[in-house]
Design a protein around this ligand. Structure first.
Ligand code: GCW
Length: 712
């Protein structure tokens, strides 16, 4: 009886389901690779005519990936069942190939068009042959074809014309890495999007589908390496058992052009002894010392490196955080950073691996001013590193603040390849709760002129090697990924991952262009929606600076979590809490780093040095970074410092309200799930921004003893 009843109901249920069915809500998993059907009839016609079929000659894993990407995207975008052909058949076609596999590409090679492409570059162009037109993606290697294919798809996703396509693209920076601060227990230091993507307990047997999707996403934006584990490195990562797991990941990533790197703990050779002593971190080596000059230590690393390369022939190298925040390092044995780095470099050198030795050090004994310490320790070592060592420095001399001047070492280290470390995860910029589009901030850093040679010695020109004609070039972004369904926690945090990759490939692209691209690829191609969303994004970083740390203030966040306001935090002026940095008193506000103060300005090259030193010429955005400024100091606006501070905190908060209102206007224009999740986050951001404004102004008012305009 019961069964019959169910059977009768079935058609009705099916009908109800059919009519209530809508496109599945957007949960963010597809990132910027949302291939939506093209509604613009004119473009659709053009695209369909241009790509009647696809020709991808040859066989390789990378080519297989290209084919599947094109099929899944073009079928949906063009509403067709795209066919592959082995060779030209008298139809217009998209041809993707290297000179060895395609006649058309070979012809381009003979014309010298592939000469500048190197290993990763690509060319996209149109070739007419008889009646037929071919859109050709050409490269010297398959990986260039993959990058080219993603570029081509971006052209369609952003609805650009295919007429007169003539694109030549090569990366400006060699090593373009994501640094994962992922721990082996699955937690992520400064991660705000769930647990680690790497399921260490399941590897190497079980290969999560997400590993492929991760690699695909990175390849689509030109990232070519991943440092899998936290710089606060657990020695266990070097155990054979773990290296096998790493090797399994490397196998997945390889056809996407992504090499794996590891963070290593300098004490690894002695870490097995800790394990015996019951240290829960465990370890591997059982040597009595990790002294980089000890022959047995050097041999230990050489053997370990050999073992790694036997498992992972294209392994990239090591990142090392040494003698920093409690991590061990060569100084524990009276050796220098250069001696430590060189020992590892020597072991990696036969396999073409590199060392990325971090300059994030701030030992109290070096100077009273924390921001000076890295340059003081590293500058004397310039020229002493082996050729396969990068010194990797964060963009600023402190620690990923919403705004910092650039780390002066980039200007003064002339003989050592300097690798730039940016932070994609928003440790100090509202975690994955605040919508802060970071490309404008990164562009500001890239364009910062260090005057290392002549004017125009920008950070970009130093990092990409053009200023000093350097061949080893690198950039790393601390990843904001996790196992949350939408990868980054906040949908808009995906834009930061996207922008990082695109800028690592080509730092000359504007933040505006990247915002537009990302919105078109991720949310909508409606021009009104694109301009509203990108306007929200473009001002969001300046707003964050304003509601958190305007006018050069820095590091006044809550202790440790670095999320909300904590200007009152005081563990003494030598212990890096807020009062150490803001130095508020009855006279004024700010850290005196002028020549009369800590003289951090002296680490910059002229004319920056004097520009920063002088209160009148110091850019106001860095004012309280470099100067202790009287509350009544006249700002360029005509307002006093105190008034300006009030205006900035208010402006930042007002901007967030504007962001929120603009977003509300998009109801119906973007996917409902995306709409409501972003709306909830913006609501919280608004509350947080107001809390920042109120907490900071009320706190600083105790010192300025002046009224907060608009309040009683
Ligand atoms: O910004 C600080 C972070 C630490 C981090 C450290 C570093 C990985 O608060 O969590 O440790 O920088 O960059 O080493």
């Amino acid at each position: 009886m019961r069964t019959r009843c169910k059977t009768k109901l079935l058609p009705i249920i099916l009908l109800v389901l059919l009519f209530s069915w809508e496109a599945p809500a957007d949960d963010g998993y597809e990132l910027w690779m949302k291939y939506r059907k093209i509604n613009n009839e004119h473009l659709l016609k053009q695209y369909r005519e241009a790509i009647a079929c696809i020709i991808v000659p040859g066989e390789s894993e990378t080519l297989r990936i290209i084919r599947s990407e094109l099929k899944r995207s073009l079928d949906v975008m063009l509403g067709v069942d795209m066919r592959y052909r082995a060779a030209a058949t008298g139809e217009n076609a998209l041809v993707i190939g290297t000179p060895a596999r395609s006649d058309i590409v070979q012809h381009l090679q003979h014309e010298g068009k592939l000469q500048t492409l190197g290993v990763e570059g690509y060319l996209i162009t149109s070739v007419t042959k008889g009646k037929n037109k071919f859109t050709v993606i050409a490269a010297n290697r398959d990986i260039g074809l993959l990058y080219g294919a993603f570029h081509f798809l971006r052209t369609l996703q952003t609805r650009q014309s295919l007429d007169h396509l003539n694109i030549v693209s090569t990366p400006r920076i060699g090593y373009r890495l994501l640094d994962h601060w992922d721990n082996l227990d699955g937690s992520i230091e400064r991660g705000y999007a769930g647990k680690s993507l790497w399921k260490w307990d399941e590897l190497p047997k079980k290969i999560d589908k997400r590993y492929h999707d991760y690699a695909r996403a990175n390849a689509s934006i030109g990232i070519n390496g991943a440092v899998l584990n936290n710089v606060n490195a657990n020695p266990v990562i070097l155990k054979t058992e773990y290296l096998r797991k790493v090797s399994a990941l490397a196998n997945v990533f390889r056809p996407y052009g992504i090499r794996v790197f590891l963070s290593v703990n300098f004490s690894s050779p002695i870490s097995g002894r800790f394990e015996q002593e019951g240290n829960r971190k465990g370890g591997i080596g059982n040597l009595p010392t990790a002294d980089p000059q000890a022959p047995n230590v050097r041999l230990w690393w050489k053997n370990k490196v050999k073992e790694i390369y036997a498992l992972i022939p294209d392994f990239g190298g090591f990142v090392v955080k040494a003698n920093s925040e409690g991590m061990p390092g060569p100084q524990d044995y009276g050796r220098t950073h250069a001696e430590g780095a060189n020992m590892l470099a020597e072991a990696l050198e036969p396999f073409h691996g590199v060392v990325m030795w971090r300059a994030f050090v701030y030992n109290a004994g070096v100077d009273v001013d924390r921001v000076k310490r890295a340059a003081l320790e590293f500058l004397p070592l310039d020229g002493l590193f082996r050729p396969n060592v990068f010194v990797q420095a964060k963009n600023g001399p402190l620690d990923f603040q919403p705004r910092e001047p650039v780390q002066p070492l980039f200007g003064s280290m002339t003989k050592t390849p300097m690798m730039l470390e940016l932070q994609i995860t928003q440790e100090y910029l509202g975690h994955s709760t605040h919508l802060v589009y970071l490309a404008p901030m990164w562009k500001e850093y890239f364009q910062f002129d260090l005057f290392a040679k002549a004017p125009g010695s920008t950070l970009a020109a130093i990092v990409d090697g053009s200023l000093r004609n350097a061949h080893m070039t690198g950039i790393a972004g601390v990843a904001n990924t996790g196992d949350d369904r939408n990868w980054c926690g906040h949908l808009f945090a995906q834009a930061n991952w996207f922008a990082f990759g695109r800028l690592a490939w080509d730092h000359s692209i504007s933040a505006q262009q990247l915002a537009d691209e990302w919105v078109r690829m991720s949310l909508s191609n409606d021009s009104g929606t694109v301009s509203t969303v990108s306007s929200i994004m473009m001002g969001s970083r300046e707003a964050c600076v304003n509601y958190m740390t305007p006018l050069g203030l820095h590091h006044i966040m809550e202790v440790d979590v670095h999320y909300g306001p904590g200007p009152q935090n005081d563990r003494g002026r030598e212990d890096w809490t807020s009062v150490y940095y803001h130095r508020a008193d009855s006279i004024g506000l700010g850290f005196d780093r002028s020549s009369a103060g800590s003289n951090a300005v002296g680490q910059y090259l002229p004319p920056l040095r004097s520009a920063f030193d002088n209160l009148e010429t110091c850019p106001e955005k860095y004012l309280l970074w470099f100067h202790h400024v009287n509350w009544d100091h006249r700002m360029s606006s005509g307002r006093t410092l105190w008034e300006e501070l009030c205006v900035r905190y208010t402006a930042g908060t007002d901007y967030v309200r504007e962001m929120y209102n603009k977003w509300l206007s998009l109801e119906g224009a973007v996917d409902p799930q995306v709409f409501s999740s972003v709306k909830e986050k913006l609501k919280k951001q608004l509350v947080d921004a107001a809390a920042w404004r109120d907490t900071c102004l009320v706190y600083f008012q105790k010192f300025s003893k002046q009224t907060i305009p608009g309040r009683h």
